[in-house]
Design a protein around this ligand. Structure first.
Ligand SMILES: [Zn+2]
Length: 71
């Protein structure tokens, strides 16, 4: 499992809307739009999961910047 890291959205540090946690894991997922399966109308989104409570935040791809862990 990947180590959770901090995320930036619009230059602001992302805080979980549920628990205010600041560590997340990110992965890209495809949202299947009803009636448009496999036609190119499906949306790619970044799913950013809170490392503390598990709440999943969804963003348009490219909006979330992962902050590299400090050495
Ligand atoms: Zn949370």
């Amino acid at each position: 499992m990947r180590t959770p890291s901090r995320m930036l959205v619009a230059d602001e540090p992302l805080a979980c809307v549920v628990c205010r946690g600041d560590l997340f894991t990110r992965r890209s997922i495809t949202l299947t739009t009803a009636g448009f399966a496999n036609t190119g109308f499906n949306k790619e989104v970044d799913a950013v999961t809170c490392g503390r409570c598990g709440y999943i935040h969804q963003f348009v791809v490219g909006c979330v910047l992962e902050v590299p862990p400090e050495e």
